[in-house]
Write a protein that binds this ligand. Structure first.
Ligand code: MN3
Length: 199
């Protein structure tokens, strides 16, 4: 069975940027719910437990058709939340020189990258995620995915991602998604991004 990892910091650790109540509900209820439904789907084809979540999402065509939609939605939800909580930290450090160089090459400047990422996340229609991804050729790109569709299924490696489902911000920010995005930048775990960039 796939497992629910603990938050790597206290629920209130991201205050005042991301509030404790949102973190509790997001981690303990939403994340748990994706996990439970993912496990329930995989239990119908237990050989899938031999694969990692990354391998499963990277080859959805190999997932039996009767559970493929459930795996796409809930396996995606499980994986995205697993990395989302790791991609935030009360002490996220700084981006490495390598990441900085790559961002400047692709977007012109770090500020321009943040501006464009915020615009894409702020304007993504309906529920989903916005990602900084690394392509197979090593180049970076910003993409949005609907629902829990995964960059992994598109052959892309997520380096950084923000959950733009309303449950990620509505308690504190209500309909002001741009304010949530601006707050979120304060808690980005650049250590995670640096490590993923080099992997
Ligand atoms: Mn969520």
């Amino acid at each position: 069975m796939f497992q629910l990892p603990d938050l790597p910091y206290e629920y209130a650790a991201l205050e005042p940027h991301i509030d404790e109540q949102t973190m509790r509900i997001h981690h303990d209820k939403h994340f748990q719910s994706y996990l439970d439904k993912f496990n329930a789907a995989v239990e119908k084809h237990p050989d899938l437990f031999e694969k990692s979540t990354e391998e499963i999402l990277g080859d959805l065509e190999a997932v039996p058709e009767d559970v493929r939609t459930a795996v796409r939605n809930n396996g995606g939800g499980y994986y995205h939340h697993r990395i989302f909580f790791e991609m935030m930290s009360p002490d996220g450090g700084e981006m490495s020189e390598e990441v900085k160089t790559a961002l400047v090459e692709t977007f012109g400047s770090v500020d321009e990258f943040k501006k464009r990422f915020s615009e894409v996340a702020g304007t993504h229609f309906a529920s989903g995620w916005t990602w900084l991804v690394k392509q197979n050729d090593g180049k970076l790109a910003i993409i949005s995915t609907p629902n829990q569709d995964s960059p992994l299924t598109m052959g892309l490696t997520p380096l950084l991602g923000i959950d733009t489902w309303e449950h990620a911000y509505y308690l504190k920010f209500q309909n002001c998604r741009p304010e949530y995005i601006q707050s979120w930048w304060n808690v980005v775990n650049w250590g995670y991004v640096n490590q993923k960039f080099n992997s």
